[in-house]
Design a protein around this ligand. Structure first.
Ligand SMILES: *C/C=C(C)/C=C/C=C(C)/C=C/C1=C(C)CCCC1(C)C
Length: 267
């Protein structure tokens, strides 16, 4: 029985990864319109979709390599890239068919992936020490305020400037928590060097990599130019930003998880 269970365990994650690849490739096979070779925005959607699928398989398979307390972090990294991959396939279809993908579409992805990215801060600290639940909730609340504020503005439920300010307050609250708040303090006081270095890089991404999105909002809505006129540039910028903020972010977590797991013999 024991042997059977081990066997089952060792094929479970490759099987999940393969199933996933199949599902996603089916989704793309249904695409009606054809991608044109000179359509750089469309090609960037396609390229990043594949990078996201590959990352998903990678993060799920690499769970086998890390010790138990790091597995959830890798699962969450894989979920972020999985949700984004499916969403990117859809956005590419919309782009190819209509020549536009309103930013509002991106909020559907963000509503799931951004809270998951924020949870990673809580998870990597939890892998090494006890972290109060308050940290988790503050990160979550900051994230929701940021996204709901931005959405209300972009979708036209609220004037764009006050909505932008609400979103910025949410982001500032997140930054405060990870730099100066309890999460930042736990990192500085209780985390080993490898975790601190990962935490520091992750929060730099949340500062610099994430700044691209409010800048897009600002130039799209608050400078008097119409959002449609900058749709091409904005889509390419957002697509590249997601490579940094979703794939590279996950790779940083993977690096520290492998390092910490190999340092200790307990699996
Ligand atoms: C994978 C997708 C990510 C990491 C998306 C992040 C999105 C943001 C950081 C959005 C931030 C915004 C503000 C700070 C102000 C209001 C407008 C938003 C929602 C674009």
């Amino acid at each position: 029985m024991q042997i059977k269970m081990n066997w089952l365990k060792s094929i479970a994650s490759p099987a999940i990864a393969l199933g996933l690849l199949f599902g996603v490739s089916q989704a793309s096979a249904n695409a009606g319109a054809v991608l044109k070779p000179e359509d750089f925005v469309g090609i960037s959607f396609w390229l990043i979709s594949m990078a996201l699928v590959a990352s998903t398989a990678f993060f799920f398979l690499e769970r086998d390599r890390v010790s138990a307390k790091w597995k959830t972090s890798l699962t969450v990294s894989g979920l972020v890239t999985l949700v984004a991959a499916v969403h990117y396939f859809y956005m590419r279809e919309v782009w190819v068919a209509t020549g536009s993908t309103p930013t509002v579409f991106r909020y559907i992805d963000w509503l799931i992936t951004v809270p998951l990215l924020m949870i990673e801060f809580y998870l990597i600290l939890s892998a090494i020490t006890k972290v109060p639940a308050g940290v988790f909730w503050r990160l979550m609340i900051g994230t929701l305020v940021m996204l709901v504020g931005g959405y209300l503005g972009e979708a036209g439920y609220m004037a764009v400037l006050p909505a932008f300010i609400i979103g910025m307050v949410g982001w500032a609250y997140i930054l405060y928590e990870i730099f100066m708040g309890e999460a930042g303090k736990i990192n500085a006081n209780s985390a080993p060097a490898s975790v601190q270095s990962a935490f520091n890089t992750m929060r730099l991404i949340v500062t610099i990599g994430w700044a691209i999105y409010p800048l897009g909002y600002f130039f799209g809505y608050l400078t008097g130019s119409s959002p449609e006129s900058s749709a091409n540039a904005l889509n390419i910028i957002y697509n590249l930003a997601d490579v940094l903020n979703k794939i590279a972010f996950g790779l940083i977590i993977w690096t520290v998880a492998v390092k910490e797991s190999e340092g200790h013999s307990h699996k």
